[in-house]
Design a protein around this ligand. Structure first.
Ligand code: ADP
Ligand code: MG
Length: 464
């Protein structure tokens, strides 16, 4: 018997609700509507593409879990995007290519298709606020510069502000907090958050569509531009040139620029000197790994937000053991909550130990995307460059898709990170590749064997 779609989705929602915090649930799940359920493919409608990307990037696991609980392991999810002329993204329709936007929209690469008004969606996540950002010695400079900018964008000496540091230490959070705060204080200021990866894709599209002037005009019209992960500029001369021009235009007219990077501007590789020297004009502030007290404060804050209680000894145990990455700290907390709600286990040090062990071993034993790709390259006797490059030759495309699939299955990397490791492809390309490989395995037993062999080889290399 086919289950009725609204019922299916309501049941999914109750699973999801147990796994995400109430605010996220409200923001990301309540607006979703179920459209139909055909052969265990549940179609849900989301308001726009950004929404879809956000769900896929942040909630793919919980969605998968909900769907599998409801529809069994054959259950699938498809999205319908409300304002995108009902274009489907998912199994039937290959997801769009990087930075895809059609020529009518070119003036504003962020405009939501179907909406006429040229309104800029700042692309900010409101969860990333100053309120939720714990300040400690390790991020004090960056945070206070951020506060100063939020009070007076473009009017401080911190222009540009470059926030740099290792992954998972709060660069994106802080940069977005500045944007959110500016919007709260100055309703007329146009704020825009963009990852350098996305910017790069937009440059490529604009060139392709002969619309580079419109593109540059659009960016010059922003008051506070936040560009995340500028190290992504490396080896992209055309993007560097365009970013250079936009940077100059904004800076000259007193607009605020905020950037994040995985290293100090002076250490950026393969980025033109004229850009690096401009990045150094304002303030470069690093974020270091937090000390024990700050880790505790962050954990306490997250616990408070989740509205649960965790004994002191467990909190201390977690903070003693997770030192270098706040995202991991959050990950452990989420697993703890999941374990206690789903498996009804008590949150004690024993459980914390289990969770951390899984976490830490997973992290330490993680295979790198490059290692995986090299294995695939060896198997098909193709060079690594070809796989990460642009070639559309069938054999190379298969190897590329397979590499992405294995990277998705065997590393903890996000779709975004995987996409960028394959020549700056976007996350929807990765989703499409993963689905293609799954489909091929279903119909081609030889291919399935190849995949199993490679997986066995990868498993062996972990245990060496
Ligand atoms: P990065 O961009 O440096 O890789 P993120 O900004 O994505 O790191 O931070 C990773 C996670 O840790 C996010 O969920 C963020 O909210 C959280 N986080 C980081 N720093 C802090 C902080 N100081 N206070 C509260 N949460 C933080
Ligand atoms: Mg980041």
């Amino acid at each position: 018997m086919i289950k009725e779609h609204t019922q299916v989705w309501n049941n999914c929602l109750s699973v999801i609700k147990k796994n995400v915090n109430p605010q996220s649930f409200k923001t990301w799940f309540e607006p979703i509507k179920a459209i139909r359920n055909d052969n265990d493919i549940l179609t849900i409608q989301v308001p726009n593409k950004f929404f879809y990307e956000w769900l896929e990037e942040h909630y793919v696991d919980v969605l998968k879990k909900a769907i599998h609980t409801e529809l069994g392991s054959g259950g699938r999810l498809e999205y319908q995007i409300l304002v995108d002329n009902h274009r489907k993204i998912g199994k039937n329709a290959p997801a769009s290519e990087p930075g895809d936007f059609s020529s009518e929209q070119i003036k504003n690469p962020f405009v939501i298709p179907g909406i006429k008004k040229l309104e800029i969606d700042p692309q900010l996540n409101e969860q990333y606020s100053f309120e939720r950002f714990v300040v400690g010695d390790a991020n004090k400079l960056a945070a206070s510069a951020g506060q100063a900018i939020a009070a007076n964008p473009g009017g401080t000496a911190f222009n540009p502000l470059v926030i740099y540091g290792d992954v998972g230490l709060g660069k994106t959070h802080l940069a977005q907090a500045i944007g959110n705060e500016v919007r709260a204080r100055f309703t007329d200021k146009k704020v825009l958050y963009v990852t350098m990866e996305r910017f790069t894709n937009q440059v490529v599209q604009s060139i392709k569509n002969n619309a580079i002037n419109d593109f540059m005009n659009f960016y010059q019209f922003i008051d506070v531009l936040i560009v995340d992960d500028i190290h992504f500029l490396a080896k992209r001369p055309k993007t560097q040139e365009i970013f250079f021009n936009i940077f100059n235009a904004l800076h000259q007219s007193g607009k605020q620029i905020i950037m994040t990077s995985d290293r100090a501007p002076k250490d950026l590789k393969d980025v033109e000197d004229r850009l690096i020297s401009r990045f150094k004009w304002g303030l470069s502030a690093d974020i270091q790994a937090p000390d024990f007290e700050t880790r505790m404060a962050i954990l306490e804050k997250k616990i408070e937000e989740e509205n649960i209680e965790i004994p002191m000894d467990v909190k201390e145990f977690v903070c003693f053991n997770i030192k270098n990455n706040i995202r991991e700290l959050e990950g452990v907390l989420i697993s703890l909550i999941a374990q206690s709600t789903l498996n009804e286990k008590e949150i004690d040090v024993e459980l914390a130990k289990e969770v951390i062990e899984q976490f830490v071993t997973k992290v330490n034993k993680e295979l790198s995307i490059e290692f995986i790709t090299q294995k695939v390259a060896d198997h098909y006797s193709i060079s690594l460059d070809k796989i990460t490059g642009k070639t559309r030759k069938r054999e190379v495309v298969v190897a590329r898709q397979l590499s992405m699939y294995l990277a998705k299955e065997h590393t903890g990397s996000s779709l975004k990170v995987i996409g960028s490791a394959f020549g700056g492809r976007d996350h929807s390309t990765v989703i499409y590749s993963v689905q293609t490989v799954q489909n091929m395995m279903d119909v081609d037993p030889l291919f399935k064997d190849t995949v199993s062999d490679l997986q066995r080889e990868l498993a062996l290399s972990i245990h060496q």
